[in-house]
Design a protein around this ligand. Sequence first.
Ligand code: GN1
Ligand code: MG
Length: 373
Amino acid sequence: MSKKCNLRDLVSNFKFEGEFIVSQDHKCGHINDTYILDFKNEDGSIRKYILQRINSDIFKNPEELMDNFKKVTTHIVEKIVQANGDPLRETLNIIPTKDDKTFYKTEDGDYFRALVFIEGARTYMMVERPEHLYTAGKTLGKFQEQLSDFSVEDLYETIPDFHDTKKRYEAFIDAVEKDKKGRVAFCLDDIAFAMKRAKDTELLVNMLEEGNLPLRVTHNDTKFNNVMIDDITGEGIALIDLDTVMPGLSLYDFGDAIRSGATTALEDEADLSKVKFNIDLYEYFTKGYLESAKYELTETEIEYLPFSAKLITLELGIRFLTDHLNGDSYFKVQRKNHNLDRTRNQFKLVADMEENMDDMKAIIQKYCVMETV
Ligand code: GN1
Ligand code: MG
């Protein structure tokens, strides 16, 4: 948080209830800054809220972003109410500013938003038991279903070309050619790994352009630690981090969930002997997802689900490598070569998925056939 910006003053701009007590830095996520705020109610009980600084270097138009956020959550709340659910737990809810805006802009130009803290649930950096991925699959299926009647034209692109893998690949080649930080010589094998798979980066983008895949409202950042899981029931209750909800491919959402969930190590684990694609976890997610989303998906979407997992993993590896070559200006880093470690970790998963591709396809078939019998 910028020095000029006093937290107590900042907090006083939002319609929080109770007396502000303390804030805690929630060191999660590579882009925004997140704080958990404790407020004391009149009866002495503590109530928590989320405060976030939106990274406006990356999200160039936070006002449009918050417009999307408001529209999407309003739509989801309607669906939750229709299903007799709890709208304060099953999606994110904005706490408005005192002048009823969805964000507060400081004198320094920083954008902050406040959200209801979801009680009795948490996210996990890694899957702790296989059922976690089954419920994550169901949560994604439900999210896609809730937004299936939301018009794609009503949303801004908060980051243009976010999952345009062709453009991501071009940006990577540009970073290799410029070699701004003189790092190319130290990652020739990683660069070769990505270059060997250049053709893969064109496939889905071309299919979308040719009208063979539908454009839908998608989440675009479905990593496992964006699924809120209920502490008591162990069920996924909400998909959070809605900054990149925009027009996209359902395949990216499936792919990113597999990338981040069906693995045996954290995303930045540098010891590659610990990093493996886990096909059993892939099966758990697939089962949950296809149980709740299957009838929404076209045959072509279903066919490309296994490939999408590999593609999104390759895409993120390429994004990490591009950032490493450009001098770590996008993803937050905590150590030397952090983005390179992340790259190698993702590329290890890509190689594993390539080896397992036939089995991954067979699992999709298994759950599609089971449903139609
Ligand atoms: C970023 O910051 P976070 O964790 O929400 C990134 C995603 C990546 C992810 C990898 C806007 O998400 O695309 O998949 O890191 N978000 C943006 O952990 O670039
Ligand atoms: Mg995010």
